[in-house]
Design a protein around this ligand. Structure first.
Ligand code: AHR
Length: 797
């Protein structure tokens, strides 16, 4: 920060000392059409009204927020007008055809309020002033020079920050070729300590990248209920991932198993239908698999079920199901694989008479904690190994959905599988809801994590492709106010379902599902990265007040946008603070150098305002790998978060899981396929923090024997005490291309038993693993290898 101020001071003194500018200049807004019209509004000034100078070299002061990411977000023919002495407005079209008008307002041309969109036809009728502005030529204003100077300062600062944030491990090493190993003095002030959150490291599970179906949810059959549809993906339908070796697969909907599950398959005698699972079914020799299916046959059918290899050879016992019920009936059996095979299939053959089948399911018996309808054991264990103190679910964007109809409804995700209501997943696939709220809560309990469900704040994703009332994409819709009571009741019912005893309506359902004891829900997230619009605020306030009135102890977590600054962040913080929301959920995906340069981000936070849940963050570099460079930047930043564990209550890296071949978002923490897990360096960092958490932060001061601040800030440390064990935990990050020797000064480590964990690797390494050793610290000094993260766990007792 010091450097930024120095830089600004330099610029400003240069400007005032040498620039000869008049008291006022002409100012106008314009756009260039570059970058497929996505660069938005630029501002230029002129001394004579003829020759124009672009501020910040075509700096984008405002971009269109209309429509979905990718193809949308375009701005055409913007008009910048001054509405009053304190308000500017920008009116623009969102496409070349001039059908939809975007409206944005601001007081300083930097922080813009949420945009509104109107059909141009409507604007012509209802908003003559806007229509007039749109049809006029560019308006030019006379503004004091100080106004333009403030904009120049803003763009200079942005340019400087972008330059800082573009420094990579490689460019830093190249710029400092003769850097010598450094010496670090670490003065630990054992008497200067503070209590910090005991929930700092958690996980954020979003059903993205096939994280649920095909991922953590151990179901092996894809499209088990024949409910895939073109809403999930244009080319999908009820027969997707099934083939009938005998010809066409017949799908019917009359008298289904459940109205929520309307499609089923009808097999004629001799039909053999085959399911390929999710990229094949990985089976292990000798393992048992629970088969379940619903069948109905008026004339007493008979089904035979078997696992096969890709050539149709049988690789399990073959079971016969006497499907002799005229109404839907569930049948269960066990298949035992007689060979290990990664791409097995499930074959179901109608041996006699027409038979309808639905919800054909296959689970390994060995799920996590052997639960039925359970989770894939290795993936669940990898998450448990982080020792997360909480789990946020089911998204992210998934929670608020693409449009009102796609808002995640927790009630659709509980109860009998055949009665759960599947939906499309806005990430481009299908949600069976088999992994639903019961399973999420159960998993949290199994791994000792607080459940943190996130529910939409009565608004869907602002990037939704369709607005149900206006049909205008990208316009933030909201649940109609006359439907909000019912929506709020659903949220209150969730709390009753989770926490009330079994004499209550919803507590009874939880008990019936197998969990008579309450789940003890303490946190609830309302909203995700929402536009802080009036539509949002009104609905959030209604929900918040209702929860507080009925469950005053519930910790409601609000939302403050998708960035570490900007409109949603600023307005979101103002709103949450004014409402007295106890905690807000911050998100930022940033370059490693942002994390390196902003280690003081939370040092400056007001401790009287809401607490922080850093709910989504990750370091992103070009190509978006998860490698040692990103992981070490995250470790370095987490040291600063621990230091601020009195204001930051929780953190969760995002996203958590990604299935190879089905990844919509990179980087992720754990990559996997059907038979392997590929934890990343970022995962190892989370695990090292999760397993070495403390409840007391101990102050320390670090001195690096190098004069360059860019070198100094690549060394970070955090010292905490695990109050339960009495262990002192020292975390040390070295993001330099040279070794660092730490001198522990007054803290004499020679006397203690120490466990040392070191994660080390070159910046682009993706497979580095931590090495644990038990060795004494020699001469009270420790060598930190270049590009490393070290944790010392010191047994003080
Ligand atoms: O983590 C992936 C996505 O990033 C989340 O769904 C959303 O909240 C954020 O934009």
């Amino acid at each position: 920060m010091k450097k930024v101020l120095l830089f600004l001071f330099f610029i400003m003194s240069f400007v005032s000392a040498f620039a000869h500018h008049p008291d006022s200049v002409f100012v106008k807004g314009y756009t260039t059409g570059k970058n497929d019209n996505k660069n938005g509004l630029h501002i230029a000034y002129s001394f004579d009204g003829k020759n124009w100078i672009s501020i910040g070299n075509e700096f984008s002061f405002l971009r269109s927020d209309y429509g979905r990411w990718g193809s949308s977000k375009k701005m055409y023919d913007p008009v910048l007008v001054k509405n009053s002495s304190t308000e500017w407005a920008c009116y623009f079209f969102t496409e070349a055809e001039h059908k939809v008008v975007g409206v944005a307002t601001t007081s300083d041309l930097v922080l813009w309020k949420p945009q509104d969109y109107f059909l141009y036809e409507e604007v012509k009728k209802k908003f003559p002033a806007i229509n007039k502005a749109l049809s006029n030529a560019t308006v030019v204003y006379k503004q004091p020079w100080s106004f333009v100077q403030a904009l120049i300062n803003h763009t200079d600062l942005e340019a400087y920050r972008n330059m800082q944030y573009s420094v990579t491990a490689q460019s830093f090493a190249e710029k400092n070729p003769s850097l010598k190993p450094v010496n670090v003095s670490l003065n630990v002030h054992m008497d200067r300590k503070k209590t910090i959150s005991d929930k700092l490291v958690g996980v954020f599970f979003e059903d993205l990248n096939y994280a649920a179906d095909g991922g953590l949810y151990a179901e092996l059959i894809q499209n088990r209920d024949f409910e895939y549809s073109s809403k999930d993906r244009r080319e999908w339908n009820s027969t997707t991932n099934w083939i009938n070796k005998n010809g066409k697969l017949i799908i019917e909907t009359a008298q289904p198993v459940s109205k929520n599950n309307p499609h089923y398959a009808v097999l004629q005698s001799g039909d053999e239908i085959v399911n390929n699972g999710f990229d094949g079914i990985a089976v292990t020799a000798g393992e048992k698999y629970d088969l379940s299916l619903f069948a109905r046959s008026v004339n007493k059918g008979s089904l035979s079920v078997v696992l096969t290899d890709s050539n149709g050879n049988k690789i399990s016992n073959e079971i016969t199901i006497a499907a002799n019920a005229a109404n839907w009936k569930q049948y269960k059996a066990v298949l035992i694989a007689n060979t290990s095979f990664k791409h097995a299939r499930l074959s179901v053959t109608a041996k006699k008479n027409e038979t309808a089948v639905d919800l054909i399911s296959l689970f390994p018996q060995k799920t996590f904690k052997n639960r039925k309808n359970g989770l894939r054991a290795d993936l669940a264990q990898a998450i448990a190994d982080i020792k997360p103190r909480f789990m946020r679910f089911p998204g992210g964007c998934l929670a608020h959905g693409n449009g009102l109809d796609n808002i995640y409804q927790w009630k659709n995700s509980i109860g009998k599988l055949e009665e759960r209501k599947p939906d499309f997943n806005l990430w481009g696939y299908h949600q069976t809801m088999g992994l639903g709220y019961y399973e999420y809560f159960q998993f949290c309990e199994d791994i000792g994590a607080e459940p943190l469900p996130v529910l939409a704040a009565g608004v869907p994703c602002q990037n939704s492709s369709h607005h149900h009332q206006t049909g205008i994409a990208g316009q933030q819709g909201g649940i109609p106010l006359n439907e909000m009571d019912a929506y709020i009741q659903d949220i209150l019912d969730l709390i009753e379902w989770a926490n009330a005893d079994k004499s209550t309506t919803w507590g009874k359902l939880r008990a019936a599902a197998g969990h008579p004891a309450p789940f003890n829900l303490k946190y609830i997230g309302i909203g995700n990265e929402d536009l802080i619009s009036e539509v949002f605020k009104e609905r959030f306030a209604m929900i918040y007040k209702a929860i507080k009135a009925k469950y005053p102890d519930m910790i409601v977590i609000g939302t403050v946008g998708p960035f570490y600054e900007g409109s949603d962040y600023s307005f979101g913080w103002d709103f949450a603070s004014a409402m007295g929301v106890p905690m807000v959920d911050e998100h930022y995906y940033v370059p490693p150098a942002w994390l390196i340069n902003n280690q003081d981000y939370y040092d400056k936070y007001d401790r009287t305002k809401p607490k922080v849940y850093l709910g989504e963050y990750a370091a992103h570099v070009r190509g978006r790998p998860n490698n040692m460079e990103t992981a070490l930047a995250e470790a370095l930043y987490l040291c600063s978060v621990e230091r601020n564990g009195d204001v930051v209550e929780m953190t969760s890296y995002a996203p958590l899981l990604a299935k190879e071949g089905h990844t919509q978002w990179n980087p992720d923490m754990i990559y996997f396929n059907n038979s392997e897990l590929k934890p990343t360096p970022g995962y190892e960092v989370q695990k090292m923090f999760g397993n070495n958490a403390g409840e007391e932060y101990i102050e320390s001061s670090v001195t690096v024997d190098h004069g360059n601040a860019d070198v100094q800030k690549r060394i970070a440390t955090s010292i905490v005490k695990d109050v339960k064990t009495g262990d002192l935990i020292i975390k040390l990050v070295n993001l330099l291309p040279v070794e660092a020797t730490v001198d522990f000064k007054d803290l004499q480590l020679g006397n203690y038993q120490i466990e040392k964990t070191v994660l080390q690797g070159n910046p682009d390494d993706k497979n580095s693993k931590p090495v644990v050793t038990k060795e004494a610290v020699q001469n009270n000094k420790l060598l930190l290898p270049k590009y490393s993260f070290t944790v010392l766990r010191i047994k003080m007792k």
